[in-house]
Design a binder for this molecule. Structure first.
Ligand SMILES: O=C(O)CCC(=O)C(=O)O
Ligand SMILES: [Fe+2]
Length: 281
């Protein structure tokens, strides 16, 4: 496949190069973007401490609302896989439960990332061929306006101790469900994307970069023009296996009533996929 491009957000041709990378690989990476790296690093440090402590026990996730802490025992099994991922995570919604001491920074980040996402969606829209975009039921950036479902996930992949089931990965190969995902580079490597020939390539992820990928809902709405590419997080070995990995994806979700295609509204699509993941009844 073509390479995932690293694009300077401030360049004149940024929108063009970035959306071409999304079209060709499902991924694009930004540097010199407006998200504050200091805020990201503070969130990483504070949440690593949270996951190391006991307070998380009071935030067990709700199947109904999907907010709160998902322990390693309940974490997702990627579609088509049998082993659970080696991860725990916390789902943050502006209306949801969140430890009070962590709330202000998380909300500040949510606002910044959501604002940037709106702009990136308008880049995506502007660079969609007319024969595709005429099928969008509304402008893409409208689809996320006032959405209560856009989700900030703080992920913690614990150190490995050698007792992990064989074949289990930090995150098994999967496509994201939502429209677009915005992901600051994690504190440790491991994220890979699948090429058309089936091989796995490292996603550029120097500290400070911002990784963006297409989700299944945008693939559905764009009739495949923007592909939702399989990606995964591989297990570290040696010294790196003793370290936790933390990452912070924002999953942009449309309002539930948004029509994605003739087959699906966004609500129908999400419900079907959460059932498959085993986190909803
Ligand atoms: O942790 C990462 O780098 C990626 C996480 C991811 O792909 C996901 O949670 O959907
Ligand atoms: Fe993902």
């Amino acid at each position: 496949m073509e390479q995932v491009q690293v694009v300077d957000y401030r360049a004149d041709d940024a929108a063009d190069r970035f959306t071409r990378s999304l079209h060709e690989t499902g991924f694009g990476v930004l540097v010199n973007h407006p998200i504050q790296q200091g805020l990201v690093e503070k969130i990483y440090a504070d949440w690593l401490a949270f996951f190391d402590g006991d307070e998380k026990q009071r935030y067990a996730f709700s199947k109904e609302t999907q907010d709160g802490w998902f322990s390693t025992a309940v974490s997702e099994t990627a579609k088509g896989h049998t082993q659970k991922d080696l991860k725990e995570y916390f789902h943050i919604y502006p209306w949801g439960r969140i430890p009070p001491a962590l709330k202000a920074d998380a909300m500040a980040y949510y606002e910044q990332a959501n604002a940037l996402a709106g702009e990136l969606l308008s880049w995506v829209e502007r660079h969609t061929p007319a024969e595709i975009s005429r099928h969008y039921s509304e402008p893409l950036s409208h689809m996320i306006e006032d959405s209560r479902l856009t989700l900030l996930r703080v992920l913690r992949y614990p150190p490995l101790n050698g007792t992990e089931p064989p074949d289990s990965l930090r995150a098994a190969a999967h496509g994201d469900i939502n429209l677009l995902t915005i992901l600051p580079a994690a504190n440790e490597p491991g994220l890979q994307v699948q090429a058309r020939d089936g091989s796995w390539l490292d996603v550029p992820g120097d500290f400070g970069m911002l990784i963006v990928n297409i989700g299944d809902m945008l693939q559905e709405a764009s009739r495949g023009h923007y592909p939702s590419t399989q990606h995964r997080v591989v297990n570290p070995s040696g010294e790196a296996a003793t370290k936790s990995r933390v990452s912070l994806p924002l999953f942009l979700h449309p309002r539930p009533d948004v029509v994605l295609s003739e087959r699906y509204t966004s609500h129908e699509y999400l419900t079907e996929r959460l059932r498959e993941l085993g986190v909803k009844t």
